[in-house]
Design a protein around this ligand. Structure first.
Ligand code: C5P
Length: 233
């Protein structure tokens, strides 16, 4: 099994991000760089994290007209990121344009569709004119994204099993909301342990505070990896 842990570098500056990346690189499969760090430090932080030898998941959740998203995907691919996110609600044309830009790149990144943000409930969806409940809307957008050619989706732990039932086997599911047994849940509400999520069918686990906030981040990552030993991915 390849190492399925993606450590979220949810820190505000390069110094802290690189200290974590250097310490954790041998113990994780990739690092997630999101808006906070990217907006503060720019594309150079991607290059510097890549220099540790680790893969990068660029989580900027693109959502724009198809041409603009395609160009952003091409720019991200030039940074040699392994994965990046776009909003599936951008529609088929945007999704296809993004995937085409990825396919044309020298290093094709895995494009991950974001369906419904877990911060949104049924009332929030109704407010923006969506009559489906979140579970229905997740399935709707997951089907749309994969029909448009995407090979990966971000989903919550509780969505893994229902999505596995309706999606082709080669679709990769990337899952945050992961908490090792006995760890602090923080603001995450619907959580699974790393082993539960892999058993449910997750391909990758996005883990932030349980690793990066630990007294010894490297030991925390290694303990999680150990909890996955013997599980099929
Ligand atoms: O610290 P924690 O493990 O909760 O971090 C999870 C990471 O995954 C954070 O970067 C968070 O923004 C991201 N995420 C999430 N839930 C989602 C989508 C992304 O926790 N639905």
């Amino acid at each position: 099994m390849q190492n399925p842990i993606i450590a979220a570098l949810d820190v505000p500056d390069a110094a802290r991000a690189l200290a974590l990346a250097e310490q954790l690189a041998p113990a994780v499969g990739a690092f997630k760089i999101g808006k906070e760090l990217f907006v503060a430090e720019g594309p150079d932080i991607v290059r510097r994290v890549r220099d540790t030898g680790a893969s990068v998941f660029l989580d900027l959740k693109f959502h724009d007209i198809p041409n603009t998203v395609a160009k952003a995907v091409a720019s991200a691919a030039r940074l040699d990121v392994q994965m990046l996110t776009i909003h599936a609600s951008g529609g088929t044309e945007m999704l296809r344009a993004a995937q085409a830009a990825a396919d044309e790149a020298e290093h094709t990144p895995l494009i991950l569709g974001v369906t419904v943000l877990t911060s949104m409930d049924e009332t929030d969806l109704a407010e923006i004119g969506i009559e489906k409940n979140p579970a229905q809307q997740v399935q709707h957008l997951a089907t749309l994204a994969t029909a448009a050619g995407l090979k990966g989706l971000v989903c919550s732990p509780m969505e893994i099993a229902p999505l596995r039932k309706i999606l082709p086997d080669d679709i990769q599911l990337i899952t945050p909301g992961i908490r090792p047994a006995n760890s602090d849940t923080g603001d995450q509400k619907r959580i699974m342990t790393p082993a539960e999520a892999i058993n449910a069918g997750a391909s990758w686990l996005v883990i932030g505070r349980p690793i990066c906030g630990a007294e010894n981040p490297r030991a925390a990552a290694e303990a999680i990896l150990e909890s996955l030993a013997g599980l099929a991915k």
